[in-house]
Design a protein around this ligand. Sequence first.
Ligand code: CDP
Ligand code: MG
Length: 690
Amino acid sequence: MPSMASSNSAQRQSNHNTDVNQLKKLKAEPFARRQNFEQHRKSLPIAAVEKVLLEEVRNNDTLIVVGETGSGKTTQLPQYLNNGGYCRDGGIIGITQPRRVAAVTVAKRVAEECGVALGQQVGYAIRFEDVTSRSTRIKYMTDGLLLREALLDSYLSKYSVIIVDEAHERTVHTDVLLGLLKTVQKTRSQGVSDAVNIDHREAKNGMLLEKHNGSEVASILKQCQGKKLSPLKIIIMSASLDARVFSEYFGGARAVHVQGRQYPVDILYTRQPETDYIDATLITIFQIHMEEGPGDILVFLTGQEEIESVERLVHERLPQLSESKRKLLTFPIFSSLPSEKQMKVFMPAPVGFRKVILATNIAETSVTIPGIKYVIDPGMVKVRTYEASTGIEPLIIIKTSKAQALQRSGRAGREGPGKCYRLYPESEFDKLKDSTTPEIKRCNLSNVILHLKALGIDDIIGFDFIEQPDRIAIIKSMELLFLLGALTEESKLSDPVGQKMARLPLDPIYSKALIIASQFNCLEEMLIVVAMLSVESIFYAPREKLEESRIALKSFASPQGDHLTLLNENFINSRSVKHARDIHSQIRRNAEQMGFHVTSCGDDLLPLRRCLAASFFLNAALKQPDGTYRALSSGLTVQIHPSSVLFRMKPDCIIFDELVRTNHNYIRNISRIDYLWLAELAPQCYALQE
Ligand code: CDP
Ligand code: MG
């Protein structure tokens, strides 16, 4: 093996000729990495059941695979299936993830393990980013993305196997996807000729004939005739031990358990409840660092802001330690973190250093980070909720469930015995809910309804959900769609507004904004606004430079509000802006494909504000004598968030993009509007008092 030989000799010569040394090392590296991966793959718990799994998949069209986090389900099973022949005849193995970060990091990892360039045989696709090609056989994607693909290819015909990963998370997309897959599987196994003959009024998924125009049907038919559709294999993977709910839903499907390797984890509780869990977290990080043996620390926090503030506080306190104790490195991981930074958490720390990983609940089950020995769990998680009575969807911080607490502590015992510090008293643990409420029970369903209707599934209440959403939430969400003009009085998808809204990969209100803007010649501007609203704040305001960043922001603030300020494109957080640019070009392409005219309103931005009013009218608010605002549709008292350029100006009537609930109901991304516009542009909602 010449590369090995040259690498050895290069090492011997290293003192003499650095350049040559570098060159040879580089050449030798891929070989060494591959060997490492081979060993790693063989050592994973799932490797012991590779044959059993392939056998089970062969014999069952639907299979449930349950296994400890880190046992190798996500990275290995698709590779086994590929080797087992499931990509023959061009079939694709699709693996859905609830989180974008997981789809991206796992795809990168698997491409490395297979020794291929990312985007070739192994790729990923998430909203606004498609890293796949015609040769892609193993495709990681978000569950939401696969749902969108179903709009264009109702048989999901290019997939031979679909693996729904992290099913225990029960995101709303996963739940809807499970229902859809069930129907697709049935249709595909009935055979193509049956499928196109089925009475589409009866078939719940009669999407083929109802929703595609003539030429599309013809092309799909041709596709089907040329290539007889193979039955669809469905694999549901879950980290939680309870496979029953999935098994029952799929008519008693078989479940395979992958034995994990779990070392004992010492669970430590606090004596008293903590009043400030951020402070308690910091104390615990330093306590572990000073008193415990080697091993990395994983901290579960609720979001980017908390993570960044803990990171800053750790760095502030580090210099107080003696020089030799300062070998502590922090690595954040949360979904909006750019992917090159996300990958950093997987790298081992330099010798003698301890890693502190500051993560959201992303690190609970979807990504496994090697080297963790200590887990700090303050016991909190941020979730989106939906209040049907007010129609708002605040993000709130709540206590974790028992299942989550167990998953979190499990992270400490992957490679050896570990310790988990729960920052609450043991008596509190007993009071936690057993498991997290599925998202479909606590979210706005307008997107789901729009999607199902576009698939030809009109009877939402009758849809075979794994768990039925609340009727009131369904009705409220239908009402929202009706007010936006997406549904007709008969609750059908309206043409063209509803049809167009379903095709845009955006929240219904944003889609509405684009549709209206295209009619009033300001789509150019609205595309920018919507793209900017789709990313984390583009304004970078580090605490230590808060004043400076405020002054910078002022120089291009628009007195008309945040939306117009976004247009000024005087950006600060260049990464968010880059992301927003990517989103912008993608939705612009979508809009153009759908026949929208992308024209600009020029310097007079009045039409843009009117279009904002005509789409965000459900988020309109009026100033009260005390300087707070009353949100008109919910009746809630809200306040302008200090980050808004209108924080001090306080116009009489505004629309907002987002409501954040902390100790106040804060609204963010706000524009000044004229209250008369509401009755004029949204008469279905507002009328002037006589
Ligand atoms: O899906 P599951 O939790 O069962 O495991 P996995 O994601 O397939 O990960 C298997 C192993 O691969 C983990 O134990 C990690 O050691 C490793 N891995 C990694 O080092 N880097 C990644 N980006 C993903 C996985
Ligand atoms: Mg996994």
